[in-house]
Design a protein around this ligand. Structure first.
Ligand code: CA
Length: 285
């Protein structure tokens, strides 16, 4: 029998293996299982790391003060100049340019705009206020001191947000695209797409250029983006969800759309369409 069993080694070798050989087979399985587990952990950690790298860091801020704001103002642009706020409000038949006293929210001066124009972004360029219009391919120009309309120039896209970097006008048109524009010809000098975690971020709205960065509202989003103007990448986000909730806004259109900056105090003034308040905030960095 012994001999016969040994003679059948080719077919029954498994059962005839000594215990040490069988345990080495099981050992191989455990070894393979171990490798699979280690690889899984490595892959999971990699995915987690990718997510962390892809997240846009929130910029911490302090709410310094809150000021009254006309809750009928459909804010499209906001600028700080010599201790006052200048605001562009939109909608057909309601569009205005306003000079606002910050502490009271009172409108000190107001220019009513032709009812067929829907006003949008606002900036102060040298001795002129420039005000975009939404779909009229028109930029309105006003005397800086008297607020009298002096002329109109053309812009061949939709107008949403407007600011400048001291050299070029910077315009958003409701897409992810930002246009750097020669202020004498209104010709596009360069452009980029705003990129958030590797994806295009569209509906870029009100703008403000501050200390080498572009800050932007996004239509229907409760935050301000901080954008690197060299490449369009979003590098930070000011989350206004907390103060917005406290205001108890009811209107769906009451969204963030005003960014102004006082370079002396380094305070931001942020508001939105139909908001009852202008928030004065200071960033922690
Ligand atoms: Ca602005």
């Amino acid at each position: 029998m012994k001999k016969n069993k040994r003679g059948a080694t080719a077919k029954n070798s498994q059962s005839l293996k000594p215990p040490s050989a069988q345990s080495s087979v099981w050992g191989s399985w455990w070894f393979l299982l171990g490798i699979v587990c280690v690889l899984s952990v490595v892959v999971l950690l990699g995915i987690q790391q990718f997510n962390v790298a892809g997240e846009i860091p929130e910029i911490e801020y302090t709410l310094v003060d809150e000021h009254p704001h006309d809750d009928l103002a459909f804010t499209q642009g906001l600028v700080f100049h010599e201790g006052k706020l200048y605001e562009s409000t939109g909608r057909y038949g309601e569009s205005t340019l306003r000079e606002i006293e910050i502490e009271t929210g009172d409108t000190l001066r107001r220019v009513d705009i032709a009812p067929d124009l829907f006003a949008e972004g606002l900036c102060l360029w040298n001795d002129e206020w420039l005000q975009l219009t939404w779909k009229s391919n028109t930029i309105l120009h006003y005397d800086r001191d008297t607020l009298e309309e002096t002329r109109q120039t053309s812009w061949d896209r939709q107008g949403w947000g407007l600011t400048h970097n001291g050299k070029e006008l910077i315009i958003s048109d409701g897409t992810s695209r930002i246009f750097f524009v020669d202020p004498t010809s209104n010709k596009v000098v360069r452009k980029f797409d705003v990129m958030e975690s590797g994806r295009r971020r569209d509906k870029i709205n009100e703008l403000e250029y501050i200390d080498g960065y572009l800050y932007a509202n996004v239509w229907y989003k409760p935050y301000v983006l901080k954008i690197n103007p060299a490449n369009g990448k979003v590098v930070g986000k000011i989350n206004l969800t907390g103060p917005i909730k406290k205001m108890g806004l009811k209107d769906r259109d009451a969204v963030c759309n005003g960014i102004a900056y006082d370079p002396a105090s380094k305070h931001f003034y942020v508001t939105g369409k139909l908001w009852p308040k202008v928030l004065e905030i200071k960033l922690s960095r």
